[in-house]
Design a protein around this ligand. Structure first.
Ligand SMILES: [Zn+2]
Length: 251
């Protein structure tokens, strides 16, 4: 079910990227989609909030009532979603575009960003980082999940040249010798320029049969990147050890 999963631990921030074993997209009927989200939600122990992605730059805030499980459809058009609510996952759905997860190091806020070529050029990363920075002075961490690589993402030559110039990354050549763009390199540059410490969790979706790829299979499903803040446990630090001074509270 997972391409990558790291549970909250000492940092208090959980990060997961799913594999093609689950289809979390909208091409299937609502019942199948709800079942897939319920399976994932049960595995992670948090409900999962999503937005309706439109390749734009809008940033939505997510919350959910206590006790919510499974899919939380915010029914909002946006390409980034953040939350300050502990125990609520925020997610974006992808199948070649970049899933980017962001967190403040103080575990006060997390965000998920959907960035394809259009979103990257329009500045969805910068919009999301600005929102996080408006809410905490803490350093920001970022994770870039599996997406189509620069040797597989073919676009017309003029579009490749334009995108390379605007993203300030070298143009690429695909494995079959045509013009391409490395969206991952563009995202790394934007995140680094914004002062975000980035971890990349490739591989290429088009080349990996265990990941959904829209370009390889136009009927493809969707995988997600999801990030959440750990639910605090009374008297325990977030890594499960007794917090200093918390064990013998007088109450
Ligand atoms: Zn590739």
């Amino acid at each position: 079910m997972f391409h990558h999963r790291s549970d909250p631990g000492a940092l208090g921030i959980g990060v997961a990227f799913t594999s093609a074993a689950l289809d979390l997209g909208d091409r299937q009927d609502a019942e199948a989609r709800a079942a897939a989200f319920a399976e994932l939600s049960d595995a992670l122990g948090v409900p999962i909030a999503v937005v309706h992605q439109v390749h734009g730059t809008a940033v939505a805030e997510a919350d959910a009532p206590p006790g919510t499980r499974g899919l939380v459809d915010l029914a909002r058009e946006a390409d980034a979603v953040f939350t300050t609510q502990k125990g609520l996952g925020v997610a974006v759905r992808v199948a070649d575009c970049l899933p980017i997860l962001l967190a403040a190091e103080d575990a006060s806020i997390v965000a998920a960003v959907h960035a394809g070529r259009a979103g990257l050029l329009a500045g969805v990363i910068g919009e999301t980082v600005a929102r996080l920075r408006s809410m905490t002075p803490a350093p920001l961490l970022g994770w870039i999940g599996p997406h189509v690589c620069g040797a597989c993402y073919e676009v017309p030559e003029a579009m490749a040249a334009d995108a390379a110039a605007r993203l300030d990354v070298p143009a690429t050549t695909t494995r079959w010798g045509t013009a391409g763009i490395d969206l991952g390199a563009g995202a790394v540059r934007q995140l680094n320029d914004a002062g975000v410490t980035v971890t990349r969790l490739d591989p290429c979706t088009l080349e990996s049969r265990d990941l959904h790829s829209h370009r390889r299979d136009h009927g493809a499903g969707r995988q997600i990147g999801v990030i959440w803040l750990a639910t605090p446990r009374r008297g325990l630090a977030s890594d499960g050890r007794a917090a200093p001074g918390a064990a013998v509270a007088a109450s």
